[in-house]
Design a protein around this ligand. Structure first.
Ligand code: NAI
Ligand SMILES: O=C(O)C1=N[C@H](C(=O)O)C[C@H](O)C1
Length: 270
């Protein structure tokens, strides 16, 4: 195990954090060297393995990312936009590969992440699964092949704890559809219809979000024309799918030049 990249998992008590920590501990290619939680979390100061309901693993959860990142070659980060921006700066100082799965990032967050990527490798994607990244490519292709007679609607469904909408994946798919059509998404985006909205505008890309129960993540890209409808669909039924993609990304990034990358780069799909 010596010589394999040392990994810190942030948001270690979260749904993704726990999944990532478990997979890194099971990995032959990566070594877990730290776990970070927000100040005030009752996991801080506890052994991570025990806090996850298993045997001790010798990693104490900390709320000090500076100290934790200093000994890491990779950071797996599925937290919140504010935390991710802070972590991007610290990971860049440590020259650690920063894999960002966090969604709900606003333009001001993205700007700061881009600044950090001048000094270190950042891999960021709203969805780290192979299936969704293939769907991104298919969406771009179909949107380029069909004209505006086909209305594009993106429908996503997630668990009832999700805090952002549309999902990061839905936005990736929307960007791909807009690219295929040769337009800018922010000019044609239509999210959250309610009330007397008026008829649909030709060329808009619509977004709808369903929240309920324990749905892991489902996405449909609908191309609705007169007399026919084409639906591209991805259904995730296990979060380990995303975590496996993140582990692949942190290994891939180890020998890359500083810059911003995505999962299409990691998976060789671009
Ligand atoms: N890109 C992808 O493939 C995927 C992305 N996600 C995204 O990952 C993020 C997290 O999702 P979940 O794990 O479901 O949420 P969660 O709420 O279960 O976990 C987030 C964790 O981050 C921690 N956190 C917040 N601020 C922090 C700070 N300053 N320092 C350290 N820890 C901090 C929270 O305490 C919490 O434990 C969301 O933005 C979600 O959309 C989720 C699944 C897949
Ligand atoms: O919050 C989640 O759970 C998920 N978030 C990502 C998103 O916003 O698209 C990826 C996945 O769908 C699960």
């Amino acid at each position: 195990m010596e010589g394999t990249p040392g990994i810190v998992v942030t948001g270690a008590s979260g749904r993704m954090g726990q999944m990532l920590a478990k997979l890194v501990m099971e990995s032959d290619n990566l070594r877990l060297v730290g776990a970070v939680e927000r100040p005030g979390s009752d996991w801080v100061g506890r052994d991570l393995g025990e806090a996850m309901g298993g045997p001790q693993c010798g990693i104490t959860v900390t709320d000090d990312p500076l100290e934790a990142f200093a000994k890491a070659q990779g950071i797996l980060d599925f937290t919140s936009p504010e935390a991710t921006v802070q972590f991007a700066g610290i990971a860049a100082q440590a020259r650690a590969v920063h894999v960002i799965g966090t969604t709900g990032l606003a333009p001001e967050h993205l700007e700061k992440i881009s600044a950090a990527a001048r000094h270190a490798v950042i891999v960021r994607a709203g969805n780290m699964s192979l299936g969704v990244n293939l769907l991104v490519k298919l969406t771009r292709m179909v949107a380029a092949a069909l004209d505006e007679d086909y209305d594009i609607e993106i429908v996503e469904a997630h668990h009832n704890r999700k805090v952002d909408a549309p999902s990061g994946t839905a936005l990736m798919l929307g960007e791909a559809a807009a690219e295929g059509r040769g337009v800018q998404l922010d000019k044609v985006r239509d999210s959250g219809r309610d009330g007397i909205t008026g008829a649909r505008k030709t060329g808009d890309i619509g977004f709808s979000a369903i929240r309920g129960g324990d749905i892991v993540g489902e996405h449909d890209v609908i191309f609705a024309g007169d007399g026919e409808r084409l639906v591209l669909r991805h259904l995730a039924s296990d979060r380990s799918l995303f975590a496996k993609g993140a582990l692949k990304a942190v290994l891939w990034g180890q020998d890359k030049k500083p810059g911003e990358y995505d999962m299409l780069d990691v998976l060789g799909l671009d």
